[in-house]
Design a protein around this ligand. Structure first.
Ligand code: KE4
Length: 433
């Protein structure tokens, strides 16, 4: 039975009169896959429902936060109770301390935290803090890693071996990016060369410890350790952008999974449980450069918002209450990946698609081999992905609308959900060409 999307189409048309592109974040416009973006009316557990009443098994998970599944009773209750006391005061609340203590207890070597309202703000703060604490200006980032939309990190590769960034967006002045060095993900030798080319000038290396913004790309063996060794040897800071991986791939994040201690980490998504929360964490000696203790300025009217803190606390407590949480998530995610691999093998895409996964971050690549960096990720057959996406969408599977996003499994996904997803994937891979 063909699903009706008339209400979403009407909402999108109406939205386009007031919201730029009909959305408040570009990926939701579905421009990478075509068709009209759905408007969601509600969600519960692993199910998301659009305004036409169509149910989907959800693997977008708000791009990471919904690790418990949607509308978790304890989370809803906590947010409702908080809202009853007022929504924002411009003064501190104990909830900020409660969430701070939970995050810091889980992140090795982290002694202080500053909450923000988004991952972008957290990363922007971490970069400014690294520059302020070291007195250096240059930042190394990796092509294909996304760290939010602050000017210094909206860069494309320029010319030259060690490329100094050029703006990747209009409106970003060259001065904002000419201290940003762009290198290939998983290329530790390039990082060593950058330190040789720019001695005593690099404030920090920022990295997604698992790249989740070009599909899912794990760090190559010793890549993260090499970054740790090189930054330590050259007096630069190592920043792990764990906005996506934090408390997603492990309690604490990828730094716990891989046993690497960065100097600064950024978090978001899961620690806010779906409400606007970002954070920067690190050792006291670095973090205390931030105002009002130090002179590196950073602020936010709604930073540490009470309802957002309540949402994050309830989310973190629900995870922590289940000693088997990550093991169960790993088992489900592994079953999903294995099933997708089997579906690929039993389809015309047997040698043209593959899977890659870290924890509950899963990606089906339309590529003969698992990508290891941006160049290999962007060589994927994105047209085939678009056809696969539409077939899965019509089968009731809600995937991120881009080859370069991660699918997220939640604690709410049942075995039946996984099996239904695999059946839909097998059918889709054998229907598209
Ligand atoms: P936000 O400003 O969107 O909260 O966080 C930016 C950010 C920072 N660091 C990493 C590793 C991230 O993945 C993100 C945001 N992730 C995207 C998903 N690929 C958000 C989705 C969107 O832009 O709508």
């Amino acid at each position: 039975m063909t699903r009706s999307h008339s209400q979403s189409e009407a909402a999108f048309a109406r939205a386009c009169d007031s919201l730029v592109g009909g959305v408040n974040s570009p990926v939701r416009a579905y421009s990478a896959v075509g068709g009209n973006a759905p408007f969601v009316s509600r969600a519960s557990g692993s199910t998301i429902t659009d305004v036409d009443g169509n149910d989907y098994i959800d693997y977008v998970a708000s791009y990471g936060p919904a690790i418990l599944g949607h509308a978790h009773p304890a989370v809803v209750k906590a947010v409702q109770a908080s809202a009853m006391t007022g929504t924002s005061f411009g003064a501190s609340t104990v909830g900020e301390i409660e969430l701070a203590e939970r995050v810091l207890a889980a992140v090795p070597a982290a002694e202080k935290i500053r909450f923000t309202n988004s991952g972008t703000e957290a990363v922007m703060t971490a970069v400014r803090l690294a520059r302020g604490a070291t007195g250096r200006d240059k930042i190394v980032k990796f092509i294909g890693c996304y760290h939010g939309h602050s000017d210094a990190l909206l860069v494309s590769a320029g010319s030259g071996a060690t490329t100094l960034g050029v703006p990747s967006s209009p409106g970003v002045p060259a001065g904002a990016t000419n201290d940003t060095i762009l290198l290939d993900y998983n290329d530790a030798a390039a990082v060593e060369a950058a330190f040789a080319e720019f001695p005593d000038q690099i404030a920090a290396v920022i990295v997604e410890p698992v790249a989740g913004n070009m599909g899912v790309i794990p760090p190559a063996s010793q890549f993260l350790q090499s970054l740790r060794d090189l930054t330590s040897a050259h007096g630069a800071l190592l920043i792990f952008d764990e906005v996506m991986t934090g408390f997603r791939v492990a309690w604490g994040g990828a730094q716990v999974l891989y046993g690497i201690e960065p100097d600064l980490s950024t978090f978001g998504k899961v620690i806010g449980g779906g409400m606007p929360v970002g954070a920067v964490v690190g050792r006291r000696t670095i973090m205390d450069h931030l105002a009002p203790v130090g002179s590196v300025y950073q602020a936010g009217t709604l930073s540490g918002n009470p309802a957002a803190m309540a949402c994050g606390i309830a989310t973190m407590d629900a995870i922590a209450a289940d000693a088997n949480f990550y093991a169960a998530l790993e088992a489900k995610s592994a079953a999903l990946e294995a099933g997708l691999a089997a579906a690929i093998a039993d389809s015309p895409f047997a040698n043209r698609a593959c899977t890659q996964r870290v924890g509950s971050m899963v990606c089906l690549f339309f590529s003969p081999a698992p990508p290891t960096n941006y160049a290999s990720a962007t060589a994927c057959d994105t047209d085939a992905f678009g056809r696969y996406f539409q077939a899965m969408f019509e089968a009731g599977i809600f995937l991120p609308p881009s080859q370069f996003e991660a699918c997220f499994v939640s604690a709410a996904h049942s075995d039946a959900d996984i099996q239904a997803t695999l059946a839909a994937a097998h059918a889709a891979l054998n229907a598209i060409e």
